[in-house]
Write a protein that binds this ligand. Structure first.
Ligand SMILES: *[C@@H]1O[C@H](CO)[C@@H](O)[C@H](O)[C@H]1NC(C)=O
Length: 347
């Protein structure tokens, strides 16, 4: 305190106080803080996020922030809601708005487990959130008498769009002893050759298409996803892998309609699907899909629990010779964060 009573001390104290007030005034004069309106996680200083619930809460707030930013980015676009999917379709705006559809939907919900790429490199491989969790699930004891062709035990996987390439399914069978996979594709007759015969008792293939309504008389027949689940005595699937060349929009519309009307819980309906690996297609063959339609479809999936946790742009649309076009196909991984049955969130 004797320092403060000296003339030098008073001078120093006066300068410190002045700097403080200038800083406060300067701050108030600035615009509202960039992060001011975003929900950020509450955390004690100096602590790291440790438990699964804390990591999920962190992922949730990071995702919520990106949803708000998505809204701002869309609303500040002069063409909103008719935002072009790719800048190449609106050369007048190129430079000012050089973004694609994918930039509005980044995978901001961090998977709180390991993330592994399963299957071959390039087209056909898929990213999986929590592979080690699925691997840890034991073979149901009832399977001693033979693997059942339906029912809920073990890890239930659906695969739509096989296209003769089954390296993802082959690796899932090898690494997850409790996994059974139901596969559907109207364009091929069987799984790809990658699945060894010793796994055939856990693999169920049908030459069937997935669509928005049941068309059993068609050849090959088409069914909705919820009808196929009922045929297999499933009320839940752990993993859904789907690559159906643009039919994903009407297929999920139908699934979301169905499970919304069947919902008996509180609040918004939750999809009975733990994790989705989906190749999303936009472009010439998906004429009805514009930004507005895509955003509505995507945000409905989010409202039913799905959170984007990984993406990989499929560059083949651009790199195949003589086929140069926009990056029209993207692989997304969405996990269901509102889903109480999800083995990924059981501690
Ligand atoms: C579904 O359950 C019914 C009634 O228990 C049974 O008859 C049928 O075989 C089951 N289907 C499959 C695919 O397991």
């Amino acid at each position: 305190m004797t320092f403060l009573r000296s003339p030098q001390g008073r001078a120093v104290a006066t300068i410190v106080v002045l700097i403080f007030f200038i800083a406060v005034l300067h701050n108030n004069a600035e615009e509202e803080s960039y992060l001011h309106s975003f929900p950020l996680p509450q955390r004690a200083s100096g602590r790291r996020f440790a438990g699964l619930r804390e990591r999920m809460a962190l992922s949730e707030s990071a995702w919520k922030k990106s949803v708000q930013l998505r809204g701002r980015m869309a609303e500040s676009h002069p063409s909103n809601p008719q935002i072009p999917l790719f800048p190449a379709q609106s050369l007048d705006q190129f430079g000012k708005y050089p973004y694609t559809l994918w930039d509005f939907f980044p995978p901001t919900w961090t998977c709180p487990h390991d993330v592994q790429r399963i299957g071959r490199l390039g087209d056909g491989g898929k990213w999986v959130c929590g592979m080690s969790v699925y691997e840890s699930i034991p073979i149901p004891t009832t399977w001693m008498r033979g693997v059942p062709t339906g029912g809920q035990e073990g890890v239930v996987i659906y695969s739509f769009g096989i296209n003769g390439e089954s390296s993802f399914e082959a690796e899932m069978f090898e690494r997850i002893p409790s996994a059974r996979i139901w596969g559907y594709d109207f364009s091929v007759d069987a799984w790809g050759k990658q699945i060894a015969s010793k796994y055939h008792d856990r693999a169920f293939f049908k030459k069937v298409g997935v669509g928005k309504t049941d068309e059993p008389a068609k050849s090959p027949p088409f069914y909705t996803l919820q009808t196929l689940m009922a045929q297999n005595n499933h009320t839940y699937m752990d993993i859904l892998k789907i690559d159906v060349e643009g039919s994903e929009y009407v297929s999920f519309d139908s699934v979301m309609d169905y499970f919304t009307s069947a919902w008996r819980g509180n609040g918004d309906a939750v999809l009975p699907i733990g994790q989705i690996m989906i190749e999303i297609h936009v472009g010439d063959d998906q004429k009805g899909i514009d930004f507005k339609r895509f955003r509505k479809w995507w945000e409905r999936l989010e409202s039913m629990g799905m959170r984007p946790t990984w993406m990989e742009v499929n560059l083949m649309a651009m790199t195949i010779p003589d086929h140069k076009t926009d990056p029209r196909c993207t692989e997304y991984v969405l996990v269901n964060a509102r889903d109480g049955n999800n083995v990924l969130w059981q501690e």
